[in-house]
Ligand binder design. Structure first.
Ligand code: OGA
Ligand code: CA
Ligand code: FE2
Length: 493
């Protein structure tokens, strides 16, 4: 800018760039010959420069203001937006929202951004962006104190069941059936194929296999108890592994007695239907979730019922994904029947999690997001040097983000990214989260999961099928049909 104010020749020359370099005779000659340093040439350059600057500034203003206004309007208009790919794919179906439909996605703008949302008549809520990876929001006072009370009472009335049973016993039978040799089992466990079993390999396997949460310390105890690690290097070689029986670890743990604190999930829960005939509070919550997520009511109606969870003192839920990754051979639990396939893998496709805090916890019980807004995500880094970021009994303080439970607050996040064409894309690996150990008192939360199949056709077919079912007189058949096969499957790591 300062250069533009210069009116003297010398300054003009500087601004044009000629005088900033020591001129050699050749360039001086060039200047004179082609008049590059002339006054009119300089003016021309400056005019272009100004126009360019003004354009850039105008563009920046446009981007800033249009993204702010879009918070509300763009997502609401989404069902009318032009998404020709989805149109053509869904054209054969009779479901309304298939034409011109694109899934709304609330914009986060930036961490700390607050947007006003209107969820109930006569009241506005403030929704704060907590992270962009995953896209995560917090809405204080989403539920009133009374509503929290009613939900807890209804859950207690219905009765809560153990969220995880102690040990699944079918594993040994499966191993016998498959008739695997120790070498073959060793090979399966040796993820990095270095001929040794590292702690991480054993820990990961144990979690997936029987839901027992081994820590590096318990593993050391088991090695010592079984005298498994003969040379004491902390690794298991094939020779050391072959000396152990198939179920040696399990038997050792069972002898010691598996405690609830050693499970992946240590809580009790129940499900509350939210369809027609349900308590008004439950229906109101569902309506508010529809407003919040801006999704078509049918999608929310067809999702799982409300899950109410109670953690006692000492309760926890280690790091997990609420939903599974999407592979071509994976079917979603909620659309499985309509999909008419017999795929070997099934996962609960939970596009969104809305988590409600029904009480303020006296001590602990935060919801931790270990890798939220990490610059990069590296699965290998989750368990390293005896620090296990997924361990919510030990390492919540090392999580990137922790939400303190406050009565009535709701948080919600997307478990999947967008596919860029208005539908569900890849699983968002950053959506990893867990419930930290409750150190004082009890903790009550509720989950509203919104199920959407990443396969547009399967979702469309499912919705069409359900909408053709005759309505029950005493309940909402649509809700019922999803409830009957609503899973209690979380994808645990
Ligand atoms: C869940 C969950 C977190 C919490 O129930 O799936 O992640 O803070 N809960 O209880
Ligand atoms: Ca290894
Ligand atoms: Fe969860």
């Amino acid at each position: 800018m300062t250069g533009t104010q210069g009116s003297q020749d010398s300054e003009e020359a500087k601004a044009s760039g000629c005088a900033t370099l020591p001129l050699n005779p050749q360039t001086e000659r060039l200047c004179n010959k082609t008049s590059i340093c002339s006054r009119s040439y300089f003016l021309l350059v400056m005019v272009f420069f100004h126009v360019y600057l003004i354009n850039v500034i105008a563009l920046l203003f446009y981007v800033h203001y249009s993204s702010g206004q879009d918070d509300d309007s763009r997502s609401r208009d989404a069902p009318g937006a032009d998404h020709s790919r989805i149109n053509s794919r869904g054209a054969s179906s009779k479901v309304d929202y298939q034409r011109d439909f694109s899934l709304p996605r609330v914009e986060g703008i930036r961490v700390g951004h607050v947007q006003k949302v209107s969820l109930t008549p006569g009241k506005s809520h403030h929704m704060r962006t907590l992270s962009l990876k995953p896209l995560l929001f917090e809405i204080p006072e989403f539920l009133s104190e009374d509503e929290c009370h009613v939900v807890m009472q209804l859950a207690q009335l219905k009765g809560l069941m153990e969220s995880q049973l102690m040990i699944q016993e079918d594993h040994e039978e499966l191993v016998k059936e498959l008739n695997l040799s120790p070498e073959e089992i060793f090979n399966l466990l040796d993820i990095n194929q270095d001929g040794q079993l590292q702690h991480t390999e054993i820990l990961t396997h144990s979690r997936v296999r029987d839901g027992i949460w081994l820590t590096p310390d318990t593993l050391k105890e088991i090695y010592a108890g079984l005298k498994a690690d003969k040379n004491g290097d902390g690794l298991l070689s094939l020779e050391e592994f072959k000396l152990l029986s198939n179920d040696a670890f399990q038997r050792f743990l069972q002898q010691q007695g598996v405690k609830r604190s050693q499970l992946v999930r240590n809580s009790r829960h129940t499900w509350l239907y939210q369809g027609e005939g349900a308590h008004k509070v439950l229906q109101d919550i569902k309506e508010r979730v529809i407003q919040l997520t801006r999704l078509p009511p049918a999608i929310v109606d067809l999702s799982e019922p409300l899950q109410v969870v109670r953690y006692e003192e000492g309760g926890h839920y280690h790091g997990h994904h609420d939903s599974g990754p999407v592979y071509p051979e994976t079917a979603c639990t909620h659309t499985r029947l309509a999909a008419n396939t017999s795929t070997p893998f099934e996962t609960s496709c939970r596009y969104i999690t809305v988590l409600f805090y029904l009480n303020s916890v006296e001590g602990g019980g935060e919801t931790a997001f270990p890798v939220a807004d990490n610059r990069t995500y590296d699965e290998v880094c989750l368990i390293q040097n005896d620090v296990d970021l997924l361990d919510t009994r030990k390492n919540c303080d090392k999580s990137n983000l922790r939400v303190t439970p406050t009565k009535g607050t709701a948080v919600f996040w997307y478990n999947y990214l967008s596919d860029g064409k208005g539908w569900v894309g890849e699983q968002d690996e950053y959506a990893l989260h867990g419930g930290c150990v409750v150190t004082h008192g009890t903790k009550w939360v509720a989950n509203k999961w919104i199920n959407i199949d990443p396969d547009y056709q399967r979702q469309a077919r499912y919705q069409q099928l359900v909408s053709q079912q005759p309505q029950d007189s005493d309940d909402n058949s649509a809700t019922k049909s999803s409830d009957t096969h609503s899973p209690d499957i979380h994808q645990d790591l």
